[in-house]
Write a protein that binds this ligand. Structure first.
Ligand code: X8Z
Ligand code: ZN
Length: 616
């Protein structure tokens, strides 16, 4: 009989522990630590390795197939543990909050809930959409029909450079449209199946649709209302910035566009998606005669290489007491910090956790520009977060919520972009420390961070409506432009068609299946974090005008670093309000810090807008 049981156990992959034994808290902890965790680390490490290899060599079919295989292995692993163990657990059975929360997370199977065949289809769809996006090319404006293989321009760096530097209305229009023609329509049909499979996966996890599943990560029952409230807080500032920029663009482009409707044509803002307007700063800086702050030229003049830009960022993080992260940009250790010439890669910057506590890498097609200098800090923020929670159980190796992950590097970049810090590292000179320079610098920050807010909000508002079925595929594009017009106050420069066009598909995160509202949350949160860290560093006093928030630089402050660490090292082991409290003492999101930061500019914009009541 005994041998028979052993035999059955071997056949069924029996474990020494039975499910019911896991109701005992200490047995569950031991089980997770000795059995589940080591296996999970192996499976996820293999998966991330294969994802990485695929992302840096898109047309290599061997690597693509290895990635498909690793994905299926991961799904099988997750399903095995879920069916056999986790789904039977009831988090309320456990005393400790730590275990209860872990159980709650382990019980969410995610997209692995799809059956094998459907998961494979879903995963193939994602990579096909990604491939279309990442390898798309367009002809140059000067030669509208061309051989794409030979003369075609790719998004990074060619197309993005044109959008950032050209002031030729027609060239911008041509490039804006060509990028959408090269991506959206090819993705649209695939996106329909993607939406259906996404929702099927979400429903298998008891969510209404994929949008609800994404929102759940933010652990707020009033999430959509919270977003609305935050947007209402910052909207007056956006509106003033928008009007000011519209006036300047009208002065620049004259009759080339009509502004009676108060909307800005989407191709004139220095960025393919009109999400970051910093590249049109020349047109809008308050003090044009002032020695203009031009960090890009300074970086170039001083001969910075991408690697040196990374090293400078690493030094900042170390100065506040965080660990060095040179492995994340060390190309001999596997990182990719420049665009390879001989193969297709996913250029969109990202930071990777290989789940083994050692290997963390950045992938980025870095250009020597101020924008990329900021992005480096952004990506390094992800890496620092990974490193700080690397000793948490696998289930907790995540941001307190997805907005936190996006906010870390941006918070640091607020210090880095201050004129105080740029002076310290020699990227601006002494005569750029005047009050007019300070307002110029605040304008550049607003073009980057305030301009982004409505874009950060609408991408997922649109996707939530798509997932919920509120809008049908034959109205997808119109619906997108309704949000663009009503919230961002941007309009398409040429006719858009619901039959032919699929403009949301021309933005990375849509084909990449990556939610986006985290960036909106981050853009609010990072100012709260910045303010708290500045106070901790003794670099900001809310009750004195001596040092305004936008001039604060926490470089070198171990006190600020300690605060940051205390919240981030929790990973997702506690509710995000606990992490926020540890860092800032606050327990909720609020727009007050971002408004405080931009207060001097807000005043200026209101005054200027009143003065220049242009009638179009
Ligand atoms: O996607 C990113 C990062 C990677 S997490 C480069 N960002 C958003 C975007 O590019 O659209 C950072 C800002 C918003
Ligand atoms: Zn990010």
């Amino acid at each position: 009989m005994y041998f028979f049981i052993i035999f059955i156990c071997l056949l069924k992959h029996c474990d020494a522990q039975h499910n019911w034994e896991l109701l005992d808290e200490s047995k569950l902890i031991r089980f997770l630590l000795t059995k589940y965790e080591p296996e999970a680390v192996q499976v996820y490490n293999k998966l991330v390795n294969s994802e990485w290899e695929h992302a840096i060599d898109l047309n290599n079919t061997v690597k693509a197939n290895a990635n498909v295989k690793a994905n299926l292995e991961m799904v099988n692993f997750e399903k095995y543990y879920w069916t056999r163990y986790f789904r039977h657990l009831d988090s309320t059975n456990y005393k400790s909050e730590f275990v209860r929360r872990q159980v709650k997370l382990l019980k969410e199977l995610g997209m692995s809930a799809l059956n094998d065949q459907k998961y494979e289809e879903f995963s193939n769809l994602r990579s096909t959409m990604m491939n279309i996006y990442s390898t798309a090319k367009i002809c140059p404006y000067q030669k509208k029909t061309c051989n794409l293989q030979i003369e075609g321009l790719s998004l990074n760096p060619d197309i993005e450079n044109i959008m950032a530097t050209s002031t030729n209305y027609d060239e911008l229009l041509f490039t804006w449209k060509a990028w959408r023609d090269a991506t959206g329509p090819k993705i649209k049909e695939l996106y329909k199946t993607y939406v259906a499979l996404s929702n099927e996966g979400a429903r298998a996890n008891n969510f209404r649709d994929r949008g609800a599943m994404w929102r759940n990560k933010f652990e707020s029952p009033t999430f959509e209302n919270d977003l609305e409230r935050l947007w209402m807080e910052v909207k007056p500032l956006y509106d003033e910035l928008h009007l000011y920029v519209l006036n300047k663009l009208k002065l620049k482009y004259g009759n080339q566009f009509d502004a009676v409707d108060g909307l800005i044509p989407a191709h004139l803002l220095g960025n393919m998606w009109a999400q970051n307007w910093m590249h049109i700063s020349d047109l809008v800086l308050p003090f044009l005669n002032e020695t203009t702050i031009d960090v890009t030229s300074a970086l170039k003049k001083q001969g910075y290489t991408p690697w040196q830009m990374f090293q400078t960022a690493d030094k900042f993080y170390q100065s506040i007491g965080l660990d060095p992260c040179n492995m994340s940009y060390n190309v001999t250790a596997g990182a990719m910090i420049e665009k390879p010439k001989n193969r297709h890669v996913i250029c969109h910057a990202s930071a990777w956790d290989f789940h083994n506590g050692r290997d963390f890498r950045i992938k980025m097609c870095t250009r020597v520009t101020f924008e990329d200098f900021i992005t480096i800090h952004h990506e390094m923020g992800h890496i620092q977060y990974y490193m700080l929670y690397k000793n948490q159980p696998i289930a907790f190796r995540d941001g307190a919520n997805p907005g936190f992950h996006e906010a870390v590097g941006d918070t640091i970049a607020l210090s880095v972009s201050s004129i105080t810090h740029l002076r310290k590292i020699g990227l601006i000179s002494n005569n750029q420390l005047s009050s007019s320079s300070s307002l110029n610098s605040l304008m550049i920050m607003a073009l980057e961070r305030i301009a982004f807010l409505p874009f950060g909000l609408i991408l997922d508002k649109w996707r939530w409506d798509v997932f919920s079925g509120k809008v049908s595929p034959d109205k997808w594009n119109t619906h997108w432009w309704q949000y663009r017009k009503s919230i961002q106050k941007i309009k398409p420069p040429v006719f858009r068609s619901d039959v032919l066009d699929f403009d949301p598909g021309s933005k990375f995160h849509v084909p990449a299946d990556a939610q986006y509202i985290s960036y909106f949350v981050a853009h609010i949160l990072e100012f709260q974090l910045h303010k708290a860290l500045c106070i901790a560093a003794g670099q900001y006093d809310p009750f004195s005008d001596r040092l305004p928030l936008h001039k604060c630089d926490i470089y070198g402050s171990k006190a600020a670093g300690k605060r940051l660490k205390s919240g981030l090292s929790l990973g997702s082991s506690r509710h995000w309000r606990v992490a926020l409290k540890a860092i800032s003492g606050e327990t909720g999101l609020s727009g007050s810090a971002i408004l405080e930061y931009f207060q001097p500019l807000y005043k200026y914009l209101k005054l200027e807008n009143k003065k220049s009541k242009i009638s179009f």
